[in-house]
Design a binder for this molecule. Structure first.
Ligand code: 13P
Ligand code: SF4
Length: 363
């Protein structure tokens, strides 16, 4: 990982939103097709307005793998920019307006702990184990999966990734999001008794050897703080007030929340379901507020609300602002390649293997 963080100078901090918008448009026009701005759905309205392409992490990874643009500016979090760097060619350059925009969930899996757990599991079973890492993870984790016959997945293709893995092995170890792993495996028919949680602080992850032997899915103990804000009590309250309400949740939510919901799926799935819903239908959505509020504005003929009394939001995604986006573009225009994301050579190739296995999945 090569981070070259740049401090936004004072002169940029005092520009108004109108000035920033005008100047971003000017630089974009000047750089033309050499530049591609990618925006994740969790970006604020003002930032996403400048994205050439918007999408969830899977869609943006695919677009990055296909573009010819020399400069890719990623409005999202660090692991997404890393993914873009891995799937692009050596001459294409990927930037993020704030390289400090990390991801709490991605940080839950540290490679040293993962390697220790892998050795421990291997020491007590001869069964074949396929590692899967959610795209919300570092390049070192993706490389680990690539090197050990595994792959990457996103929330859009976790089921396809599990199916791929079970065609090749007897067990899966799923990093770092326990909820995506559990919700997806259970929805595919794997009973909870065959899904165990691995707690890094305890020998054998806190499991009896027989439980590890029996498990078909071993879950890493990671979670997303934003998606932990949704709960079953609130769902019950909404249902009491409106029995017609549709509850739709992202698979990073807790198992009990997913079970209490009517629908569960990726960001792309949530968008599609609401897009296709009839006028007058009522939806409560458990995911990041910027996406929910945008759906609300896009479909005023439907009643859409967030599944909480407050608006959970991702602080890391919010680190990308109109100001640092403009500074990023302005510097690129001057030939000053700040905030470039370069995945370390030792990880790039193996991580690419794991990502390519995902990109080749048919969903
Ligand atoms: P998607 O894979 O749905 O884009 O989600 C990424 C993410 O960070 C969700 O919290
Ligand atoms: Fe990471 Fe959660 Fe933010 Fe997504 S919403 S980027 S998983 S912290």
């Amino acid at each position: 990982m090569n981070i070259n963080p740049a401090t936004v100078p004072e002169a940029f901090l005092t520009l108004s939103a109108d000035e920033l918008n005008d100047r971003i448009r000017e630089v974009k026009a000047k750089l033309g097709k050499r530049l591609l701005i990618l925006g994740h759905h969790y970006m604020t309205d003002e930032v996403i307005a400048h994205a050439d392409e918007r999408g969830d992490s899977f869609a943006l990874a695919k677009i990055a793998a296909q573009t010819d643009a020399g400069f890719i500016v990623f409005c999202g979090v660090h692991f997404m920019a890393e993914t873009a760097d891995i799937v692009t060619t050596a001459t294409q350059k990927v930037f993020i307006p704030d390289p400090g925009a990390g991801c709490f969930l991605a940080d839950c899996a540290r490679i040293r702990d993962v390697e220790d757990a892998w050795q421990e599991i291997k020491s007590i079973t001869l069964q074949s184990i396929i590692p899967i890492t959610y795209v919300n993870s570092g390049a070192d984790m993706k490389a680990f999966c690539g090197d050990n016959g595994g792959l990457v997945c996103t929330s859009s293709n976790a089921a396809a990734a599990l199916k791929w893995a079970f065609e090749r092995g007897e067990k899966v170890i799923f990093f770092p999001d326990q909820h995506l792993g559990r919700n997806t495996a259970f929805a595919m028919g794997i009973p909870l008794e065959e899904i165990i949680l691995w707690n890094t602080d305890e020998p054998l992850g806190g499991n009896a050897p027989a439980a590890v032997q029996r498990a078909r899915v071993i879950l890493w103990d990671g979670f997303c703080i934003v998606h932990q804000e949704f709960n079953v009590d609130y769902i019950e309250k909404l249902r009491q007030n409106d029995p017609q309400i549709n509850i739709i949740v992202h698979p990073e939510c807790d198992f009990d929340v997913a079970q209490a919901a009517d629908y569960m799926g990726s960001t792309a799935y949530i968008i599609k379901m609401i897009e296709e819903a009839p006028a007058g239908s009522h939806w409560a959505v458990a995911t990041e507020r910027n996406l929910v509020n945008r759906l609300k504005s896009a479909y005023p003929e439907k009643r859409i609300e967030i599944l909480q009394s407050f608006e959970p939001y991702c602080k890391s995604m919010a680190q990308i602002t109109l100001t640092n986006l403009f500074y990023q573009l302005d510097q690129l225009d001057s030939g000053n390649l700040i905030n470039q994301i370069v995945v370390e050579e030792q990880y790039a190739e193996s991580a690419r293997t794991a990502l390519n296995r995902m990109l080749e999945l048919t969903q």
